[in-house]
Ligand binder design. Structure first.
Ligand code: S3P
Length: 446
């Protein structure tokens, strides 16, 4: 679906951030791994997180959708606010499904679910998905799960379809070669049913939603610097999870507010767990106006997922440099940072972000070619990009490449551009933010 986004001025209004995708996936999975019913409030009803509900149903969990999937943002985009009750199978009792589990486009499901499945002694499970998923590496999870005692088969030993043969697992100490919350979470989920205490080390801190949710489920888990240790458990005790708004979805509205002349937006219910607010901090460093109560960085593990309203206003930006330690804290927002760089004074450089090449699309190539087509002065590097602010973007056509974050970046670029942007493949946005176009349209433009 092609959609045109015309230049705007003075966006104003209030909206609520849609429910967090990462936390919704985790809530559904931990719900399925629990023996007692788990109530999930504000579950994200989007394509990716629906794949997770279907997956846990296939594994024997009962999912009762209680609230409507409507409500939310300025345009009432119908993408969350629903309440679920999940009646799980318990940690070690997942059923073997009749056929492959379809993960759709959801990389997080593809990487987290095998952690649980690896511990299902004597049962086998195959995970497959769309064309994009078939290009996402799974060797990164196969390696630690094999060390724990599971057997895994993958196409070319690297790509889905992925078959997991469950086993009795043993605990390990594992140093992640890349900072990936998905791989870290996979090992932590497997560790719950292993035979002792498992430690995972990460080269840089990444989002810690799994750790926080496990802590609130009564699991013995602690952090020591870049290492997390989890002790095996008999069961998870997680009565209720409230999913906060997604800072990665809010980031598109933040970018629109900062870039579009004369704008002033209030975005409610944004998750401000410090491992997710890298983008907001970078925008603040660029002298962008984004105010809110961000959680301070901490070495301690907390069970809370804090939220804040964010107050965003248009203003001048300065170029910024982002290095490897900040990359995992803003990984999904780096395309937007490239867009902001087009409007900033001076140069904006991101390095240490090679992981962008193995997301839903190659986001280094996509961002660089896409923004260049709209008039940007931007170059790709092996592990990032460099953009020189050249007074903003002219406009043109941007291909989403089947990637939700590329589609939404194109839409924001259109509002901020001089001539408008046509986004090819706008339907991709429904993977994480189904009401996105309606929410954008709901902001008053003067
Ligand atoms: C996610 C982690 C990140 C992120 C993805 C969601 C998660 O991936 O890009 O959109 O929910 O754990 P990596 O952990 O592979 O960097």
């Amino acid at each position: 679906m092609n959609m045109r986004f015309e230049p705007a001025r003075g966006l104003t209004g209030q909206l609520t951030a849609p429910p967090d995708k990462s936390i919704s996936h985790r809530a559904a999975l931990l719900g399925a791994m629990s023996s007692e019913p788990v109530r999930i409030e504000n579950y994200l009803h989007a394509a990716d997180t629906t794949s997770t509900l279907n997956a846990v149903r296939a594994l024997g969990a009962l999912v009762e959708v209680r609230g409507g999937a409507g409500g939310g943002g300025a345009g009432g985009g119908g993408r969350g606010g629903g309440e679920l009750v999940i009646r799980g199978t318990g940690l070690r009792e997942a059923h073997e499904p009749d056929g492959p589990i379809d993960v759709g486009n959801a990389g997080t499901l593809l990487r987290l679910l095998p952690g649980w499945l690896a511990a299902q002694d004597g049962r086998s499970f195959t995970l497959d998905g769309d064309d994009s998923i078939r290009g996402r590496p799974v060797d990164r999870i196969a390696e630690p799960l094999r060390q724990m005692g599971a057997e895994l088969d993958a196409r070319e030993d690297r790509y889905p379809p992925l078959t997991v043969h469950g086993a009795r697992l043993h605990s390990i100490s594992y140093e992640l070669p890349v900072a990936s919350a998905q791989v870290k979470s996979c090992v932590l989920l497997a560790a719950l049913a292993a035979d002792g205490a498992t430690t995972v080390g990460e080269p840089e801190r990444s989002r810690d939603h799994t750790e926080r949710m496990l802590l609130s489920a009564g699991v013995n888990i602690h952090r020591n610097g870049r290492h997390v240790t989890v002790v095996n458990a008999d069961e998870l005790i997680l009565e209720r999870v409230r999913v906060p708004g997604d800072p990665s979805s809010a980031a598109f509205m933040i970018a629109a507010g900062v870039l579009v002349y004369g704008s002033r937006l209030l975005i409610g219910d944004v998750g401000v767990n410090w491992t997710r607010t890298g983008f907001v901090r970078i925008v603040q460093r660029m002298r962008g106006i984004v105010l809110g109560e961000l959680e301070p960085e901490s070495g301690e593990l907390s069970a809370l997922e804090p939220v804040s309203d964010l107050d965003v206003a248009h203003g001048a930006l300065e170029g910024v440099t982002v290095g490897p330690e900040e990359v995992p804290l803003a990984i999904d927002e780096l395309p937007l940072l490239a867009l902001l760089g087009c409007y900033a004074e001076g140069e904006t450089v991101v390095h240490g972000a090679g992981e962008l090449r193995v997301k839903e699309s190659d986001r280094i190539a996509g961002v660089v070619e896409g923004l260049r087509g709209l008039g940007a002065d931007i170059e790709a590097t092996e592990d990032g990009f460099a953009v020189r602010g050249a007074g903003g973007l002219r406009g043109g056509v941007l291909h989403a490449r089947g990637d939700h974050r590329m589609a939404m970046m194109g839409a924001v670029a259109g509002l901020a551009s001089r001539e408008g942007v046509e986004v090819v493949g706008m339907e991709a946005a429904s993977v994480s933010y189904p009401g996105f176009v309606e929410d954008l349209a709901g902001l008053r433009s003067s």
